[in-house]
Design a protein around this ligand. Structure first.
Ligand SMILES: Cc1cc2nc3c(=O)[nH]c(=O)nc-3n(C[C@H](O)[C@H](O)[C@H](O)COP(=O)(O)OP(=O)(O)OC[C@H]3O[C@@H](n4cnc5c(N)ncnc54)[C@H](O)[C@@H]3O)c2cc1C
Length: 393
């Protein structure tokens, strides 16, 4: 397997020039860490479905698990673009580590920072930011995915506690997370306004996790169901106000989608690098296959689409606090994830039969990239978000 080093194929978009010195330094530091500390053993972890606890401990020490947490709560307080640059570097090397990085920062820490009371932030954020524990996010249920508002997990107030009952499906970091942001129904009569969000401790009485799911890709990440059986959560762990659960979930997903777009761009970058190096090395008909225009066109298309993904991602990050944020994040996510899927498909094709072999990195990327058009909102849902914005304007 090719050792991952500095990108063999640089693909600047022009937008890169607007990176601040701090952002460039951070990107270089994460790139170095990913190559030196995450890359060794990536294929074995995938084969053995092994969750790399040690890597997350190191990431915590580096401040990577508190990137979106303000310094006053123990975080690094970095901006969204810096977070996306880090995501891309991590995903380029190991998309399975990238999904834990994404869920922890984007859908657990971020909503707590944005919607949590001062007391809740002080209680929860320091341990998450230091990487002493990981974060999870529980929205999806066996019967409710894209239609999140139809979820059934219930939460009833009982004295100083909320009592949760139900189950959540597809929960990343299940069993490893110390805190989960969970959306549950607090008022069965109030429809979309009857949902509320909670921060549930991983050791709460009545909380349990299921067996790890056997997935197509991201095999070194942990995904499982989580269950609530009269699970008691202190009243002060309500996130935001009662009835705001759907609003909090949707705002969180608007933000976190950018992370998935960056994850896709990182995988895309690596698929391109692998295609270029293999095309130059592989000789058929007495010459490198790279000499054929049919191969060159695939590579040119991959590089062009990657530049377009990055440009959309940067534009969406720049518009973070505007009314266009949701639309641009959806556009970046749908485009970057679909482009990355095409890139992995074409890179594997360039590898010929070897691309179908486990020893070749592209075969893992081909599996890992598939889910990027599905989680944190499918491509179909992104197109609905985009169209809704446009038709409303
Ligand atoms: C590896 C992995 C990790 C995940 N991690 C988490 C996590 O940590 N926390 C969490 O809460 N969830 C998580 N998820 C769940 C994920 O977000 C959902 O799978 C996703 O939102 C889609 O929901 P669904 O699978 O129920 O598909 P469904 O909603 O059942 O959709 C099935 C198909 O129908 C299409 N569809 C549905 N409605 C419409 C419509 N109105 N118009 C057109 N097409 C439509 C969809 O686009 C899709 O193609 C994870 C999933 C995976 C695979």
């Amino acid at each position: 397997m090719a050792v991952i080093a500095e990108p063999a194929v640089e693909t600047p978009t022009g937008v890169d020039f607007s990176l601040s010195e701090d952002q460039q330094l951070l990107r270089d530091e994460v790139r170095r860490f990913a190559v030196e500390r995450i890359q060794p053993g990536v294929a074995e972890r995938d084969r053995e479905h092994r969750f790399p606890v040690d890597i997350f401990q190191e990431m915590g020490e580096m401040g990577l698990l508190g990137m979106l947490v303000p310094e006053e709560y123990g975080g690094a307080g970095t901006d969204t673009l810096a977070y996306l640059l880090a995501m891309e570097e991590i995903a380029r090397v190991d998309p399975a580590v990238a999904v834990t990085f994404s869920v922890h920062n984007s859908v657990c820490c971020w909503p707590i920072v944005r919607f949590g009371s001062e007391a809740l932030k002080r209680k929860v954020l320091p341990s998450l930011a230091a990487g002493e524990t990981l974060g999870g996010f529980g929205l999806t249920e066996p019967g409710s995915g894209s239609d999140a508002a139809s979820l059934k997990t219930s939460a009833k107030r009982d004295g100083d506690s909320w009592v949760l009952n139900g189950e959540k499906a597809w929960i990343t970091n299940a069993g490893y997370a110390g805190w989960y942001v969970v959306v549950a129904r607090t008022n069965p009569e109030a429809g979309k306004r009857g949902l509320s969000a909670f921060v549930v401790p991983g050791d709460a009485p009545g909380f349990s996790t299921g067996k790890p799911e056997e997935k197509l890709g991201l095999k070194a990440s942990r995904t499982a169901q989580i269950y609530f059986s009269d699970c008691r959560v202190p009243a002060e762990n309500l996130l935001g106000e009662e009835g705001q659960g759907l609003k909090i979930a949707l705002a969180t997903l608007d933000h976190s989608r950018l992370g998935i777009a960056a994850q896709a761009a990182g995988i895309h970058q690596r698929a391109l690098e692998l295609a270029v190096s293999y095309a130059k090395e592989r000789v058929q008909f007495g010459q490198p296959i790279a000499n054929n225009q049919a191969i060159q066109f695939k590579i040119a298309q991959m590089a062009t689409e990657l530049a377009a993904s990055r440009a959309l991602l940067f534009a969406a990050a720049a518009a973070e606090h505007t009314s266009q944020a949701g639309r641009l994040a959806a556009q970046a996510k749908v485009y970057a994830s679909e482009a990355a899927n095409r890139a992995c498909q074409e890179s594997l094709q360039i590898h010929g039969g070897n691309g179908f072999h486990d020893d070749y990195e592209i075969s893992r990327l081909y599996r890992d990239v598939r889910v990027t058009t599905i989680y944190e909102g499918t491509s179909e849902m992104q197109r609905m978000v985009i169209a809704r914005h446009l038709l409303k304007e």
